[in-house]
Ligand binder design. Structure first.
Ligand code: ZN
Length: 445
């Protein structure tokens, strides 16, 4: 119970400042050119390691991971397109989105028609640069604004991409906080996007500071944070850590958590996991226009964690839904799209969900033949005479009636449509008065 109070204090005391801290980390990481492998990911994880002590793992190129193979490592130093006069008209150093991620090295001259077959723009958003990747096909390309494209004249252009695609490794970061039980909460976020803020520096920042806060507590659950490249990262982790899977009791994928939209929660494939109910409870009791969605096999790494062979109880938490906000995968997903305020709200929502998981217990009513007499035990006094007293009394009746050793506090909270915090509070009072007793592990897993 001490933990719950501490977590609450943490949320209240730092609710304005925590968003600033997450935003600051996003600002620091923004210029780095990340991809699914390479030095950009290493630099990012090294930066995060200043805040939480990450273990950095390297999985060699060519490693078989289920039906996939760890790809060659990609690194890039420079890239540009020059016009006939030698002017750099597209420069990787101005914006790293200008180069298609995983472009193979190239240095040659070509005419405008040939060049255009390697250019990507967004005609509907003529001032934005698109974000494009070519992980599994060896090609090269540039991304630019549509207005830049329209300004190109016939002529000869010099293209230069100083990149390397070679045997190396896939890098990911992991941080484990030991709890009182071996059962784990897995929190995963992707680290493979270059200069894009909401997708997913917001997720990296939120995960980092959640881990930082939990490392100062003595949580009930063991928490494992993964900072992995999208898709191939989660596949690689699952393939090389199958023995750990059985301990995962709850999980969340965090992505796009820094804009002002949503919040959005996509349920696990199971659809009835405790994490699904806990997130649903937090969001429906929030002041936002939340959206709760059923699982679908498209999105982020929940696709792998929830593949039928694992079927982990993991959902996806976002603010605006990926792919559905206009700035998604464009240069407009920059630091002005995310804010300390939204990051702080997201932190609070996820921390509140964690608090539910931490405090969710199952009780058995020790006086279960008819209702126990509350008055003679001084329970009415214990709940006070304020306006809340009637609600607390009702909450007590719910806890007493439903505590049969099977219904958890979260189940009771959902059934009664009363806040989890209230149900938890009266359960503690009833325990003190010896009317209910905790039966076993916090919940069915
Ligand atoms: Zn993305």
């Amino acid at each position: 119970m001490e933990l719950s109070v501490e977590l609450k204090k943490e949320i209240q005391l730092n609710s304005t400042e925590i968003g600033e801290r997450i935003y600051n980390l996003a600002e620091i990481l923004f210029p780095i050119c990340r991809s699914i492998t390479g030095n950009g990911v290493r630099e990012t994880l090294d930066t995060v390691s200043y805040i939480i002590p990450l273990t950095i793992h390297e999985i060699p190129t060519g490693t078989q991971v289920f039906d996939w193979e760890v790809p060659k490592e990609w690194n890039i130093r420079d890239a540009y397109i020059k016009d006939e006069n030698g002017n750099k008209i597209i420069d990787f150093n101005v914006n790293n989105l200008h180069v298609v991620s995983y472009s193979k090295p190239v240095h040659k001259k070509l005419n405008l028609k040939e060049l255009k077959s390697h250019l990507h723009t967004l005609p509907d958003k003529p001032d934005w640069i698109p974000y494009r990747t070519s992980y599994y096909e060896e090609t090269w390309g540039f991304c630019l604004t549509h207005n830049q494209l329209l300004s190109l004249h016939d002529g000869v252009y010099e293209v230069f991409i100083d990149s390397s695609l070679s045997d190396g490794s896939l890098t990911y970061g992991e941080y484990k906080i030991n709890g009182k039980t071996k059962k784990e909460v897995l929190i995963s976020t992707h680290v493979c996007h270059p200069s894009l803020a909401n997708d997913n520096l917001s997720g990296i920042g939120l995960s980092t500071y959640l881990a930082n806060a939990l490392s100062k507590k003595q949580p009930y659950y063991t928490y494992r944070f993964l900072f992995i490249p999208g898709t191939i990262g989660s596949i690689s982790w699952l393939a090389t850590n199958e023995a750990k899977i059985k301990n995962i009791a709850h999980g969340l994928v965090l992505s796009c958590v820094g804009d002002a939209g949503g919040p959005t929660y996509k349920k696990s494939r199971r659809g009835n996991a405790a994490i699904d109910y806990a997130m649903q409870h937090i969001l429906t009791h929030s002041e936002y226009h939340e959206a709760i969605e059923d699982f679908s096999p498209y999105g982020y790494d929940e696709r792998q964690f929830c593949s039928p062979g694992f079927n982990l109880p993991m959902g996806l938490f976002e603010r605006s839904k990926y792919g559905q906000y206009p700035e998604y995968h464009t240069s407009a997903d920059n630091l002005s799209l995310i804010s300390p305020k939204s990051l702080s709200e997201s932190y609070e929502m996820v921390m509140s969900c964690i608090e539910i998981l931490e405090n969710n217990r199952t009780y058995v009513n020790k006086k279960n033949k008819c209702e126990p007499q509350l008055g003679k035990r001084g329970l009415y006094k214990a709940i006070g005479g304020d306006n809340e007293a009637a609600r607390k009394q009702l909450a007590m009746l719910w806890v007493l009636n439903q505590s049969d050793g099977h219904q958890s506090l979260l189940d009771i909270s959902l059934k009664s449509e009363m806040p989890f915090a209230l149900i938890n509070e009266v359960a503690l009072i009833l325990t003190e008065f010896d009317l209910i007793a905790e039966t076993r592990e916090p919940e069915k897993v």
